[in-house]
Write a protein that binds this ligand. Structure first.
Ligand SMILES: Cc1cc2nc3c(=O)[nH]c(=O)nc-3n(C[C@H](O)[C@H](O)[C@H](O)COP(=O)(O)OP(=O)(O)OC[C@H]3O[C@@H](n4cnc5c(N)ncnc54)[C@H](O)[C@@H]3O)c2cc1C
Length: 394
C-alpha cells in the first residue's frame, strides 16, 4: 500500500521536500501538499515586490512535481495521524512534513501601525501604500538586519522622491567592520538616511518612538526578526520557547515519530542546527534532508543526521548594487566579499537558482555542515545535548 505523506506549507523547504519525495518514492508514496494559496511566494523577493520592481508570486502548478497533489487550505491542527483543515476537511497521513515557515514578528508596541515585508499580504499592502505617498513623504524602516537593509535600499532606489530612513542600533552588526562600512556607504549612496544608534521602542500611526525621541513617519516598515506560526504548539507538539517544532538530529519531531520538520519553523538540536539562520539558504537543504528522512522511515531504515554548511550572505541594494559576504560553513564571515554590480548579479543568480533547484530535486546537493572543530559558539558545549538551536533570522 502507498504511504500517505502530507506536506504542510509550500515554501522553499516544503516544495523541495514534496518534489524530492515524489521524484524518489513514486511507487511507495502518495504526496499531498497543503498550502493556503495556489501560489508559491518567493519570500526572498518580497522587498522587491513591495517596492514594485518585481513580483514574488508564481503558480505552484509550475513548480510542484506532477505527482504531488495540491490541497489549497490552511491546516488548523495536527493530531497523531491526521490534520484538520480550515475548510472543514481532514487528511489522514502516515508521515507529515511540517514546513510552515515564518511570519512577521510583532515584538514592538503599536507594530500594527507598521507595514511589513515578511509575508505576501504585508508586502502587497506596503506596495499600495508606497504608491499613494507624495514626494517628500517619509518612510521609516525599522531593523538593521538583512531585511531592513534590502527593503530600505529597494524603496529608496525605486522612489527617489521619498525620504527613506533606516532606524536601528546598528546596521549589519554581524559583518566584519570593513564589510559593514561598505554596506552603510552603499545604503547612503542609494539615498537611505541612516539613523543608527537608535532603538525603536513603539510605533504610532504617524511616527516611531525611539529611545532618543520621536521620528515622524508617513509609512513605517517593520523589518525586525521573524516569528513562527503557532500550529505545532497549538497541536500539543513539543516546541522550543519561540514556538519552533523541536526535532532530533534527523529532523524527526521529538513528540511524534511520524512528523518531520523542515525550514524556518523547526528547531533542530544545537549540535546540527546552531549555525543555521532562518533563511532560504538553510530551508532548501532542510527540505531535501527532511524528504530523505521520510524515505528512510518509510523503508524502516535509520535516518541520517542533518548536515548543512552555509556559504555566504547575499544582500541586494537595489537592482544594480549589492554586497556578498562569503562565510565559513558555520556561517562566520570569511575574508572574502564582493560588492557592486557583480554582487547584485550573483544575488539575482542565486534567487533564480533557488527556484530552479526545486524543479530538479533529486539532483540537488548541498555543502555538509561544520565539523565539531569549526562549530560556532564557545560555550555551546555547556548546553544540554538535546537543547534546540536558538532562532536567528536571516
Ligand atoms: C524580504 C525578505 C528577503 C529575504 N531574503 C533572503 C535571502 O536573500 N536569502 C535567504 O537565505 N533567505 C532570505 N529570506 C528568508 C527566507 O525567505 C525564509 O527564511 C524562507 O522563506 C523560509 O522558507 P520556509 O520554506 O521554511 O518557509 P516559507 O517560505 O515561509 O513558507 C512557508 C509556507 O507555509 C505556509 N503555511 C503556513 N502556515 C500554514 C498552515 N497552517 N497550513 C498550510 N500552510 C501553511 C505559508 O503560507 C507558506 O507558503 C528573506 C525573507 C524576506 C522576508
Amino acid at each position: 500500500m502507498l504511504a500517505r505523506v502530507v506536506v504542510v506549507g509550500a515554501g522553499y523547504a516544503g516544495v523541495m521536500a514534496a518534489n524530492r519525495l515524489a521524484a524518489a518514492g513514486r511507487s511507495q508514496l502518495r504526496v499531498t501538499m497543503v498550502n493556503p494559496r495556489p501560489d508559491f511566494v518567493e519570500r526572498v523577493r518580497l522587498h522587491e515586490h513591495a517596492a514594485g520592481v518585481s513580483s514574488a508570486v508564481r503558480p505552484l502548478s509550475g513548480l510542484l512535481h506532477r505527482d504531488v497533489g495540491l490541497r489549497v487550505a490552511t491546516v488548523d491542527s495536527i493530531a497523531e495521524r491526521s490534520v484538520q483543515l480550515d475548510d472543514g476537511g481532514a487528511l489522514d497521513f502516515d508521515y507529515l512534513v511540517y514546513a510552515v515557515g515564518s511570519t512577521v514578528g510583532r515584538g514592538l508596541p503599536g507594530a500594527g501601525h507598521a507595514w511589513g515585508v515578511a509575508d505576501l499580504d504585508g508586502a502587497e499592502a506596503l506596495r499600495t501604500r508606497l504608491r499613494c505617498l507624495s514626494a517628500g513623504a517619509s518612510v521609516v524602516v525599522i531593523g538593521g538586519g538583512l531585511t531592513g537593509i534590502e527593503t530600505s535600499a529597494e524603496i529608496a532606489r525605486r522612489y527617489p522622491a521619498l525620504r527613506v530612513e533606516l532606524v536601528a542600533p546598528s546596521v549589519a552588526a554581524w559583518l566584519p567592520a570593513s564589510s559593514r562600512s561598505t554596506v552603510e556607504r552603499k545604503l547612503v549612496a542609494a539615498g537611505v538616511v541612516l539613523r543608527t544608534g537608535l532603538r525603536a521602542v513603539a510605533v504610532r500611526a504617524d511616527g516611531v518612538e525611539t529611545d532618543a525621541g520621536r521620528l515622524a513617519s508617513d509609512c513605517t516598515v517593520w523589518a525586525g526578526s521573524f516569528d513562527v506560526p503557532e500550529l505545532a504548539r497549538h497541536s500539543g507538539l513539543p516546541v522550543a520557547s519561540d514556538g519552533r517544532l523541536r526535532t532530533d538530529e534527523a529532523l524527526v519531531s521529538v513528540g511524534n515519530r511520524r512528523i518531520v520538520g523542515v525550514g524556518d519553523a523547526v528547531a533542530p538540536p544545537r549540535q546540527v542546527g546552531a549555525h543555521l539562520r532562518m533563511s532560504c539558504q538553510a530551508a532548501l537543504p532542510m527540505g531535501a534532508h527532511g524528504a530523505d528522512t521520510v524515505l528512510a522511515l518509510v523503508r524502516g531504515e535509520r535516518p541520517a543526521p542533518l548536515s548543512i554548511g552555509m556559504v555566504g550572505q547575499g544582500i541586494s541594494l537595489g537592482r544594480r548594487d549589492g554586497f556578498a559576504q562569503a562565510t565559513d560553513r558555520d556561517d562566520t564571515p570569511r575574508d572574502f566579499a564582493l560588492s557592486g554590480r557583480v554582487a547584485a548579479v550573483v544575488k539575482e543568480w542565486v534567487c533564480r537558482l533557488t527556484v530552479g533547484s526545486m524543479r530538479f530535486p533529486r539532483a540537488y546537493r548541498w555543502l555538509s555542515g561544520p565539523t565539531s572543530n569549526e562549530s560556532r559558539g564557545p560555550g555551546e558545549s555547556r548546553e544540554p545535548e538535546s537543547a534546540p538551536a536558538a532562532a536567528v533570522s536571516r
